[in-house]
Design a protein around this ligand. Sequence first.
Ligand code: G6P
Length: 476
Amino acid sequence: MSTAEFVVVANRLPVDRIFSADGEEQWRTSPGGLVAALEPVMQSVDGAWVGWAGQPDLEIEPFVFDGIRLMPIALSEQDVEEYYEGFANDTIWPLYHDVIAPPQYHREWWDAYVRVNRRFAEAAADTVERGGTVWVHDYQLQLVPQMLRELRGDVTIGYFHHIPFPAHGLYAQLPWRDQVLRGVLGADVIGFQRAQDATYFLTAVRRRLGFAVKGSSVAVVDDDGSERHVTARAFPISIDTAPYLELAARPDVRQRAAEIRASLGNPKKILLGVDRLDYTKGIRHRIKAFGELLDQGHLSVQDVCFVQVASPSRERVDAYMHLRDEIEVAVARINGTHDTMDHTAIRYLHQGYPREEMVALYLAADVMLVTALRDGMNLVAKEYVATRADNRGVLVLSEFTGAADELRQAVRVNPHDIEGVKEAIMTAVQMPEAEQSRRMRSLRKRVLENDVTAWSSSFLGALERARSEHVRPEAE
Ligand code: G6P
C-alpha cells in the first residue's frame, strides 16, 4: 500500500473481527470512543491506522475499511501475555491509577513492551509519507514516539495519554521510569486529560531527566546533544454527541427506556452504573453504599432499583478475576437479603450492550453513579449528560475523574468516603425536578460545546503549530 499523510497508532485497530452466521469473516467498527473521535479526521485526510486486531497470532494483510487504511500488527500469545496483559495492564495501568491494585514489575514484561512498541513504531515509519504526521495513543505505546523519531526524523509526532499520569512519588517506583519518559518525549506535542496529569509528567521530566521546563514547554536534549522544544499540556477528551442526541430522540429508543422501567417493576427511582469491570471504577464502593442504604432502611427495593452494567474486560489478568469474584459475592449478598419475588435490589449485568440499549438505559436512569477511584476522563458521565435532552436525571461524579474538572454541576463525591457516597445517593434520589433541570442544563451546555471534534481540532492544531515552528531539514 502507498504511504499516508496522517497515521494513527493505537494498541487496537478501530474495527472488531466478527463472523457471520455462515462463518464468513467480517469487520465491524468498534464501539470505542477513540474510533468515533478520529473517524471524521480520518475521512477528511489521507489517513491510515496502525493497531492490533485484538486476537493473538492473527496475521492479516493491510486492508481498507470505510475509507481508512488499516495496518494490522500481529501479537503472538506470548506478546499478549507479556506486553498487553502484563506490562500494559498489570504494571502501567495499576501504577498510573494510583496503585489501587499493586503493580507487578517483571523484567521479561518490560522486554516484551520494548519489543512490541518497536513493532508498532516500525509499522508507523513504513506507513507515513515524507513530512507527514503520526498521532500515537495511550499508555500501551509510550516508547513509540522516540522510536519513531529515530527512524523518521522528518515526521511530526503527537502523543495523547488517555489515562491519568501519577504523582512523582508513585511514578518513581517504575524500574524503567527514565526510559518511559524519554519514549514519550519523542513526540512534539504530548496531550493529557487534566492539567494535573501534565503537571505530574513535567515534574517527573524535570526531576528524573533534569530538562528545563517553562510553562508547558520542555527543552529536550537528544542523545546527539541537539535541543528540541516539546509541548505537554491538557486536552480533555470528549464524545461525539450527535449519535446520543439522535438516539435519545428516537421513538423506539424511548419506548425501550419505558420497557426497561416496566421490566424492573416501575420503581420510583432507577440508579445506574455503567463501567468496564475494572478495579479503578469504584464499583464495589457504590455497591457497598447502596447496600447500607437498604440495610438501614433509607431506601427500599419497592422504590429503588440499582442497575449495574459491568462489561467484561481483561479477563485473564488476576486483579480483574479477583474483582469479579468480589463484586459478584457483594451483589449476591445484597440481593439475597433484600430481593422480593417482584423486586430486585441490584440488577447486575456482566455483559456489553450496543449503543441503542445504553441510550435507553441512560434515559431510564434517574441517577447515574460514576464513582471511579481514579479515571483519566470517564466518558460514560458525558454520554449520560448528552443523552438527557429532557434535562432530567442526576449525575453523581467522583472528584477523581478527569470529567470532574469540567462537569462542575454534578453531585461530587469522594468514593472512598462511603458515608459521603450514601449522602450523595440520597441527595440525588431526593433532588427536586427544578434543581435537576438547572444542573443538567449547565452540564449539557459544557458537553455539547466541548465535543470530540473540539478535542481533536485543538490537539491537531497544536501539532500543526509544532510542525511549522520547527520544519525539519529532511522534510524540505
Ligand atoms: C481504556 C484505555 C484504552 C483501552 C480501553 C479498553 O479506556 O485508555 O486504551 O483501549 O480502556 O481496554 P482494552 O484493554 O480492552 O483495550
